[in-house]
Design a protein around this ligand. Structure first.
Ligand SMILES: NC(=O)c1ccc[n+]([C@@H]2O[C@H](COP(=O)([O-])OP(=O)(O)OC[C@H]3O[C@@H](n4cnc5c(N)ncnc54)[C@H](OP(=O)(O)O)[C@@H]3O)[C@@H](O)[C@H]2O)c1
Length: 280
């Protein structure tokens, strides 16, 4: 299988373009699935404090024997931990659960604009970054208006913006904004998310493209993400699918295939709207 390509973040750090997402995976299953991912050449793992499975990721990292500097481990600060001191404490709690002494990427999980603490939270992330305990910092579910505020009130431009993004919600304007500001976009719900992916994977356009390229519909969608320059983190709890999702770098979609997939856009989110999402 060809190697996973990398993107270079705005601070020079290299990030694999494909990883395993572990949302909604229980601890034990997480350790097993991450081990399968490592065996199949994955090096990027996307977890979060809220997923309550950081220990499982850490367990697989230790078992793998892969040198730490070849891995790219992301976690995220939960909404209950907004605020400068809380953010630093949240970061330290994640490190401890993962059993690591640094992270590759740490994200603010949601902007929670109704609580108005994103700026001080971001300053907490800037501090752990300056202390050398994380190689890059970024945000998740921030809209351009939320990022603008950070740019005005803080020092460091986020390296990564992780957002809902898939063929029926292609986030054209947000991608353009991120590109203009040197921010790497990373897609969550890349296959449409649990409960929705079935519908997306059976769309005739995608099954036809799958036949055309001798691939599966999931591989077509993931290749679409990577050819758009996005980082993508599909989740699967099935070893066969974990392997399948990694095996996308031995073919190329044509420009018209990419345009046809992008034309599936409905502009409708499947997940929560970041302006109103206020989970605790
Ligand atoms: N920042 C945020 O707020 C946020 C929000 C949501 C997700 N995320 C991150 O993004 C990652 C991915 O999102 P997601 O897990 O919600 O959704 P997803 O990756 O779009 O979809 C996962 C679903 O697709 C199925 N699937 C995976 N590979 C498949 C294949 N090759 N063929 C057929 N079905 C396949 C999975 O089923 P099986 O497991 O049964 O294979 C699961 O039901 C998460 O794990 C998490 O790390 C971040």
């Amino acid at each position: 299988m060809p190697a996973t390509p990398s993107v270079t973040l705005n601070n020079g750090v290299s990030m694999p373009q494909l990883g395993l997402g572990v949302f909604l995976m229980p601890h034990k299953q997480t350790a097993q699935n991450v081990s399968v991912a490592f065996e199949n050449g994955y090096r990027l793992i996307d977890t979060a404090a809220a997923y309550q499975n950081e220990e499982g990721v850490g367990e697989a990292v230790r078992k793998s024997g892969i040198p730490r500097d070849e891995l790219f481990i992301t976690s995220k600060l939960w909404n209950a931990d907004h605020g400068y001191d809380n953010a630093i404490r949240g970061f330290e709690a994640s490190l401890q659960k993962l059993g690591l002494d640094y992270l590759d990427l740490y994200l603010v999980h949601w902007p929670v604009p109704m609580r108005g603490r994103a700026t001080e939270t971001w300053k907490g992330l800037e501090q752990v970054y300056k202390d050398g305990r994380v190689r890059a910092i970024g945000v998740s579910n921030f809209k351009p208006a939320h990022i603008e505020r950070l740019l005005q009130e803080t020092e460091i431009v986020p390296a990564v913006l992780q957002i809902e993004l898939h063929p029926t919600f292609i986030q054209g304007e947000v991608r353009e904004y991120a590109q203009d500001h040197g921010i790497q976009v990373e897609s969550w719900y890349p296959l449409g998310g649990q409960g929705n992916s079935e519908g997306l994977l059976h769309l005739p356009l995608l099954t036809n493209l799958a036949k055309k390229h001798g691939k599966t519909a999931a591989q077509i969608i993931l290749r679409w993400h990577t050819q758009l320059g996005l980082v993508v983190i599909p989740k699967s709890s099935h070893p066969v699918r974990i392997k399948e999702n990694r095996n996308i770098f031995d073919f190329e979609l044509d420009q018209e295939d990419i345009a046809a997939i992008s034309a599936l856009d409905t502009g409708v989110r499947l997940g929560p709207d970041p302006d109103t999402a206020n989970f605790r």
